[in-house]
Design a protein around this ligand. Structure first.
Ligand code: CU
Length: 169
């Protein structure tokens, strides 16, 4: 009888098709998974999205902030002495604070004045190390830091990106 024989052939063919399909699925899912097994070091050369998955990358990308999460352009500003206070005037470029690097003297009061047409998280600058937050929705905001100890203090948008640094010496 030919019947059992063709049945057996069908089973073998079916098994072969299933095996090929499984191999295709496994290979396909490997190819689709981005970054698996890819060396992270390569991503540091540019603003590739892979860099954001590394724990050391900036926390988030915000709609209001600079570009794609790559580091902001760095610019250096100088404190202006006003009535014995070191005043740091921080404006806005497109999506980041500018200037974003200052060096001030320890023990001499510091005030930061943010100005500019900020939107979203950029309108709420923070100095996390000092626990200070500002609200620029009125067009400007002043943060009185007082006298600082030597060290580095960052300022960020309220989502924790767009860092600027105040170095106290
Ligand atoms: Cu932001």
């Amino acid at each position: 009888m030919a019947r059992p024989r063709s049945r057996g052939l069908e089973v073998v063919l079916f098994a072969a098709v299933v095996a090929v399909a499984l191999v295709a699925i496994v290979l396909g899912s490997r190819a689709l998974r981005p970054g698996s097994g890819a060396p992270l070091a390569q991503s540091s050369t540019s603003a590739e999205p892979v860099a954001q998955t590394s724990p050391s990358a900036k926390a988030q990308i915000c709609a209001s902030c600079w570009g794609d999460g790559s580091p902001d352009p760095q610019t250096t500003g100088a404190a202006v002495m006003e009535n014995g206070v070191q005043v740091l005037k921080v404006g806005l470029a497109s999506g980041y604070y500018e200037p974003n690097n200052f060096t001030v003297q320890a023990g001499v009061p510091v005030t930061v004045v943010f100005t500019g047409n900020a939107e979203g998280c950029l309108a709420e600058p923070e100095l996390p190390e000092l626990g200070l937050k500002a609200d620029m929705s009125g067009g400007s905001a002043t943060l009185v830091l007082g006298q600082l100890k030597p060290g580095k203090y960052s300022f960020t948008c309220s989502m924790g990106v767009n860092e600027g640094t105040i170095t106290v010496r």
